[in-house]
Design a protein around this ligand. Structure first.
Ligand SMILES: *Cc1c(COP(=O)(O)O)cnc(C)c1O
Length: 431
């Protein structure tokens, strides 16, 4: 499959080049040239297929033959080695739990898949690739775990000292092997600025192959369509009019759901559930797209002022506002509303949600008020204990730590402290 840049000022790209480069040379996001729907009986008989079968058939057209079928199958099996359960709360609402992977956030799926694609493309290359990524929390852990032990790939993660949760820090700093954690004396924006500068620094890019691993990368974005299909598989015999409420920040996850819809998955509607960072909510009301600097909230993985993947969503709906509106609703909620939703979920359903999942739940409630005949699935994008302070304060109950979290809490943190861009360069050039 070929990919084009959404800025339309760059050459057509292979899948391989799009994965290795991330962004097109004109700084546009890559988008597949064709999307061929799967045969109708695929969805009628989906409950007879295994998850890996579903995933393979869904993504094959975007990747084979650049990665041969057998190899792709293997990558998918390794990526999807955990559960994606759907829990029904009542007749009109379910939650799709995406936190059963190694770092307990949905980003595990995209990060593991991308890591293995990059590993495949680089396996016969003596030149190592260095993945450089800045994180405010979840991305770093998922990327570190996804790339752990992948041959020919080194990962360097920058995180702001003292500004990620204790659990998130352990997930970043205790792995060793090909993962290096840099603890930056500064903010997330400082980390991101250093990463951006490194990509533009010829003295680095001439001596080493640098790449990024955020959700603009096609190999992180596309596999996220799998679990919309897994949810449909679990629900379609019991419910019709299935809609998804997706807690959204950079809009990569919801945009992958829309790709599943393009492949023929009968999804009636999407709900972008937002916190106070609500550029898309405002756009659907006013038809004016007006990004703003991000504001801090308790659902901090969604604190994004200018969502990078929204341009892909516009492309999917052919840049037609009316088509977009038929398929997408968006609501925005405050932190107080989010806390109240967490309490409501706990008291009514004995369900402990994290703040992001709770925003998704509010999205379902708002949509169902207007559309009572739908069955709304909200994505629970992270495990509640990743946001322990907020969760325990709201439900006033101590939470047991799951196995994945306990396993890292006892390990020793290893990080390198850095202050300046020159410090970063020193580490990259003299590993
Ligand atoms: C990254 C993240 C989101 C937002 O996903 P996007 O694809 O950026 O919209 C939501 N919840 C959690 C827990 C996340 O880590």
């Amino acid at each position: 499959m070929n990919y084009y840049s959404l800025h339309k000022k760059a050459p057509i790209s292979t899948f391989k080049n799009a994965v290795i480069k991330g962004l097109a040379p004109d700084k546009g996001l890559y988008f597949p040239e064709n999307i061929t729907p799967l045969p109708g009986n695929f969805f009628d008989e989906i409950d007879r297929l295994s998850n890996t079968d579903i995933a393979f058939r869904a993504i094959k057209q975007f990747i084979v033959p650049e990665i041969p079928e057998k190899e792709l199958q293997h990558i998918i099996e390794e990526t999807l080695s955990f559960e994606f359960p759907v829990l029904s709360l009542n007749d009109t609402m379910s939650t799709l739990e995406l936190f059963h992977g190694p770092t307990m956030a949905f980003k595990d799926v995209g990060a593991r898949f991308m890591a293995r694609c990059l590993g495949y493309f680089n396996k016969d290359n003596d030149r190592e690739v260095t993945v450089l990524v800045a994180t405010s929390g979840d991305t770093g852990g998922a990327v570190a775990h996804g790339f752990l032990g992948v041959k020919g790939v080194n990962v360097v993660i920058l995180y702001p000292s003292g500004k990620v949760s204790a659990i998130q820090e352990k997930q970043l700093t205790t792995l060793g092997q090909n993962i290096t954690a840099l603890e930056v004396n500064g903010t997330f924006d400082d980390c991101q600025a250093m990463v951006k500068r490194a990509f533009l620094d010829a003295s680095l890019t001439q001596t080493m192959q640098l790449t990024s691993a955020n959700s603009i990368n096609v190999a992180r974005w596309l596999p996220q369509m799998f679990y919309f299909m897994f949810a449909y598989k679990q629900l379609h015999k019991k419910h019709s009019n299935i809609v998804f409420s997706v807690p959204s920040g950079n809009f990569g996850n919801i945009c992958a759901g829309m790709m599943a819809q393009q492949l023929g998955l009968p999804i009636r509607h999407f709900i972008a559930a937002n916190n106070a960072n609500n550029v898309v909510t405002r756009y659907l009301l006013s038809q004016l797209y007006a990004p703003r600097p991000s504001v801090q909230t308790i659902s901090n993985a969604m604190d994004v002022g200018a969502p990078s993947n929204f341009i892909r969503i516009e492309e999917i709906y052919k840049n037609k506002f009316d088509t977009l509106k038929e398929n997408l609703s968006s609501y925005s909620f405050t932190d107080d509303e989010t806390r109240a939703a967490m309490l409501d979920l706990y008291n009514t359903y004995q369900y402990v949600a994290d703040p992001h999942g709770a925003v998704g739940y509010l999205g379902c409630k708002a949509y169902l008020k207007e559309n009572p005949n739908a069955h709304c699935v909200f994505l629970e994008t992270a495990h509640s204990t990743k946001f322990l302070d907020v969760v325990e304060a709201v439900i006033e109950k101590k939470q047991p730590l799951p196995e994945q979290i306990r396993a890292v809490m006892d390990k020793k943190k290893v990080s390198i402290s850095i202050n300046t861009y020159d410090d970063l360069k020193g580490v990259l050039l003299n590993p």
